[in-house]
Write a protein of this length. Structure first.
Lengths: 487, 485
């Protein structure tokens, strides 16, 4: 029927699955074969759950045969390795959890599984989601399918590379400071970070609790809508999840761009933007205008404060969230500890990588007595100012349009010795997390050396529908999102 | 204990009370004591990756109740914070607590230390927090074990102002606070099992000094008696230091009840930097005023209100009312006994109070028993008082009956019947005893008639002796007077 089903989107596959033109089991086998062939090069997956995937596919086929399937039934996806999956190893990209097999399932994966999605395996990531290049993983770097000498972005680099390389119809990622959108942009796929609280964090290994949010990474905005529909919604197990009904994202997907006001924040086009990205985004802006949107210049004066604010707050929370890894109840434990202090310190010294340690130290420092007011408290105040900036902008416009990243994917190892340069690659995504807003990155062109470039649309709180329909309208008119790397 | 009169003692107490919620504070595990180690836990208790705390509303309601009971301000907006520290029995590496915005502030309670008048003690704050697990060292060589059953038990930390001036006041404060928590049915107040724990901050200063002296914090105080002993010891220790020209060091000291002494646990320099910050997994707690009002309307009667009712409606003394409301069990014992007396148509709260506070408590104290362990039930106590009131037995016989009840239990009506102790009120029966006594003592009869009327007491005694105390003394008196007259 299909020469290669691994290139199709969810909506395309769902149709064939529903009509029983293809079985989920065959589909899963095609992906498993492809993963076997390509993953050793790309390193997108840490764990392949072959048996679990085939079993789930067979269940899906039974449901589809009985005409009980939904749009996700039988669809094979990758899951970032920080979602706890019952009886399937969950490493968080760390030696600390290299042997951790959770006795419970995250809300996100259990909802996706209930909707019939089939988990192929757990995707690679920066250790504890700390990184922008997927080079901090204990399980090795992930390579960009568009150029194997380059980074795929991070921290959801494995999920991005898996979707880009056709190692899953879609994947699930998490985004604390851009970890879905930045790798989506650098690998030429679509990725949405929902409003903070829209998707439950239960069962997601925490990095920075007030910023972490899960979202789909897909080939199209339509696929993102389908997955988000299944993931979103209130969860009594997460006190920070929002208790408000989830709209029908598919119903509004074709709302179009006519008459919508799209703000273009000047600060995102100031110095630091590469010429390739600048010119591609210029083209995209014209496209949005052609589709009927009105572009409005706006200002977000606190944009520059986002990185320093984030690198106080996120490490502060992380330093506390990661205290539980002590070698006692689960995870890595050092050999022959002399006493309890030795057990704590050596298990942590050996179990965590250097970026994680850097952030634990940073976070511990900013919370220490005598420094708390100058760092943590001040950062909290700036965070509120950043949110207020967005609020003010959204009184004038419906959406904001920005580049997702200042540049295309850089070479492996190019920034590993310079953490500040590394941190700056998230400059356009981080403030969205600080403000808790929804945002999507979609492919909008390529650089002269054929590397993907992403465009970010930011919405009002809980307006996932608005950014999805805008992205969909753009994708209906362009073909950037359909391009695939040659592997 | 006599304390150097030149010094004034200043005491503030921090109490941790475990709340009797059905489930733990942040997960669905049962909140019970004494189960086999690590059987009452889940991934939340064990601090596994990715799991999240969910607030137990029952705990919040208990905190509000307690705050209202001590006249505190209930904050409509309060915040949970993380207190970070590494310890094997703290699985997450932090304790969820409340820091700068606790649920209750500005409370007070009134204490009645023995032999002193009522005194107000301020309660600075009450905040909610979670208990840690327990490290087990006993009987294990080369390792420690950790029992996480207690992780997640809800705690209220109740912090007093430094308003107490003696160990007696500290004891009275703890007794009053414990009584309130028990009246509210939020905490069982068991210090030995650790459901009601106390740390004491103690300092001394010269009388008249404005500044507080350097304080030390005393820990490991597992009974009210130990709190008082540890404070007395500490006051003496600090005065000795000052008298020797040295200065008191701010530190935490561990009380050793066996050796009646304390030792330094850690100095101020070693104190943890807890790196408090707002708990990002729990939104701030907002409480509607209507919810607070609702809880206020359903508060049970509290010790102070009850004591006031005992005085106003029953005419009890302030002292008796205080004793009878010292605990929920005591108050309920008295109220049941008094009810039995009243139903018997012989209402006399004062007599009932007297029997409970003097006879019963005296015997209980002597035997080291608590009111809830009393061999004499409240109903039987009431029946006994009713028997006295109705004139069925004299007070003297009643003490005898009470003795039987205390030793062997039983219904006083039954005992009086079986042992034939019922007071003789039949005038013809007493008449013959009187005649016999008069006949047997002609000399005394002569003396009485000759004007020495005080001899009557001797004759009454003789009649009572002859009836083995059962004759109604008033009747004996009037019959004798008639016949001698
Ligand atoms: Zn539990």
């Amino acid at each position: 029927m299909f020469s290669d089903p691994t290139v199709l989107s969810i909506s395309q596959l769902a149709e064939s699955l529903k009509k029983r033109q293809i079985s989920s089991e065959d589909l899963v086998n095609s992906f498993l074969e492809r993963i076997e062939r390509i993953n050793p090069e790309v390193n997108a997956y840490i764990t392949i759950d072959r048996a679990g995937a085939i079993k789930a596919a067979q269940d899906a086929d039974n449901r589809l045969d009985a005409k009980q399937g939904g749009p996700l039934t039988g669809v094979p996806i990758g899951v970032k390795d920080l979602f706890c999956t019952k009886e399937v190893r969950t490493t968080c990209g760390s030696r600390m959890l290299h042997n951790f097999i959770p006795p419970y399932e995250s809300t996100v994966t259990s909802r996706l599984k209930a909707a019939g999605a089939v988990m192929l395996g757990k995707t690679n990531m920066d250790e504890f989601a700390m990184g922008s290049s997927n080079e901090t993983s204990f399980f090795g770097v992930v390579k960009n399918p568009w150029d194997l000498t380059r980074i795929p972005g991070g921290s959801s680099g494995g999920s991005a590379a898996a979707v880009s390389a056709g190692l899953g119809v879609a994947a699930i990622g998490t985004d604390t400071g851009g970890s879905i959108r930045q790798p989506a942009a650098l690998t030429g796929i679509t990725g949405i970070k929902p409003t903070y609280g829209r998707v439950s964090r239960f069962g997601m290994v925490a990095f920075a609790s007030s910023l972490d949010q899960a979202g789909p990474m897909t080939k199209t905005a339509e696929d993102a809508a389908l997955l988000l529909q299944a993931m979103a919604g209130h969860d009594p197990k997460d006190a920070t999840s929002i208790d408000s009904p989830v709209p029908d994202y598919m119903a509004s997907l074709n709302d179009g761009l006519k008459g919508r006001k799209i703000g273009v924040p000047e600060e995102y086009f100031a110095t630091g933007l590469s010429t390739d990205v600048a010119s591609v985004i210029e083209e995209a802006k014209k496209q949005f205008q052609d589709l009927g949107a009105e572009l409005v210049p706006v200002s977000l004066p606190t944009t520059k404060q986002a990185i320093p604010t984030y690198y106080v707050l996120a490490p502060a929370e992380a330093s506390s969230n990661l205290a539980r890894y002590d070698g006692i109840r689960f995870g890595y434990r050092c050999e022959n500890p002399q006493d309890i202090k030795d057990l704590f310190t050596r298990s942590r010294a050996e179990g965590f990588g250097s970026e994680v340690k850097r952030r634990i130290m940073l976070g511990t420092y900013v919370l220490s007595s005598g420094y708390y007011d100058a760092y943590y408290l001040k950062a909290q105040k700036v965070r509120r100012m950043i949110a207020d900036d967005f609020k003010a902008a959204f009184t004038k416009v419906d959406l904001l349009l920005t580049p997702t990243t200042p540049d295309t994917a850089f070479k492996l190892g190019a920034k590993t010795d310079d953490p500040v340069q590394m941190y700056l690659s998230d400059i356009f995504t981080i403030n969205v997390n600080l403000a808790g807003l929804p945002a999507i990155s979609i492919p909008c062109g390529f650089s002269r050396d054929n590397l993907p470039i992403g465009l970010q649309l930011i919405g009002r709180p809980l307006d996932e529908s608005g950014i999805l329909s805008a992205a969909h309208a753009y994708q209906q008119a362009t073909e950037w999102h359909t391009r695939k790397p040659v592997l | 204990m006599p304390i150097d009169p030149h010094y004034e003692t200043v005491i503030g107490l921090e109490v941790h009370s475990q709340l009797r919620t059905k489930s733990k504070i942040f997960c669905g595990c049962p909140n019970i004591f004494g189960a086999e180690a690590n059987t009452q836990i889940c991934p939340v208790c064990a601090g596994f990756p990715g799991v999240l705390p969910v607030m137990n509303r029952e705990m919040v309601n208990m905190a509000i109740k307690t705050g209202l009971a001590i006249n505190g301000t209930i904050n409509n907006f309060s915040v949970f914070s993380r207190k970070n520290y590494f310890y094997p029995d703290s699985p997450t590496g932090y304790q969820i607590s409340q820091y700068d915005l606790p649920i209750v502030e500005h409370g007070e309670l009134f204490i009645n230390p023995e032999g002193q008048s009522k005194k107000r003690v301020g309660v600075t704050r009450i905040h909610m927090e979670v208990d840690a697990g327990k490290s087990l060292h006993e009987g294990i060589v080369g390792a420690s074990w950790v029992d996480l059953n207690r992780v997640g038990t809800p705690l209220l930390e109740i912090v007093s102002e430094p308003d107490m001036r003696s160990s007696e006041e500290a004891g009275a404060y703890l007794k009053k606070l414990r009584a309130i928590l028990r009246f509210l049915e939020v905490c069982d107040g068991n210090m030995e099992e650790g459901s009601f724990r106390c740390d004491a901050n103690v300092s001394v200063r010269h009388y008249g000094a404005e500044e507080f002296g350097t304080r030390t914090e005393l820990k490991n105080l597992n009974s009210i008696r130990n709190v008082m002993r540890a404070i007395d010891y500490e006051v003496e220790r600090q005065i000795d230091i000052i008298e020797n020209g040295d200065t008191v060091v701010q530190e935490t000291r561990l009380w050793d009840a066996n050796n009646n002494s304390s030792r330094s646990m850690r100095s101020k320099e070693d104190a943890h930097d807890y790196r408090y910050f707002p708990e990002p997994d729990l939104p701030p707690l907002t409480i509607e005023q209507s919810h607070i009002d609702d809880i206020r309307a359903r508060l049970p009667e509290l010790p102070d209100d009850m004591a006031k009712r005992f005085q106003d409606e029953m005419g009890l003394s302030e002292y008796d009312a205080g004793v009878l409301t010292a605990s929920k069990e005591m108050a309920s014992y008295f109220e049941i006994a008094n009810q039995v007396v009243t139903v018997a148509g012989k209402k006399n709260a004062k007599a009932t109070a007297n029997w409970v506070t003097v006879e019963l408590l005296g015997r209980l104290n002597k035997n080291g028993l608590e009111i809830e362990e009393s061999p004499v039930s409240a109903t039987n106590m009431g029946k006994l008082v009713a028997l006295i009131q109705s004139g069925d037995i004299s007070g003297k016989i009643a003490k005898q009956v009470f003795g039987f009840m205390f030793d062997d239990g039983g219904d006083p009506e039954q005992i009086v019947k079986e042992k034939g102790l019922k007071q003789v009120t039949d005038s013809s029966a007493i008449n013959s005893e009187v005649d016999q006594v008069l006949a047997a003592h002609p000399e005394q009869v002569e003396q009485y008639r000759g004007g020495k009327t005080q001899i009557l007491g001797f004759l009454v005694g003789k009649v009572m002796q002859a009836t083995r105390g059962k004759a109604n003394p008033a009747m004996v008196n009037s019959l004798l007077k008639d016949k001698l007259g």
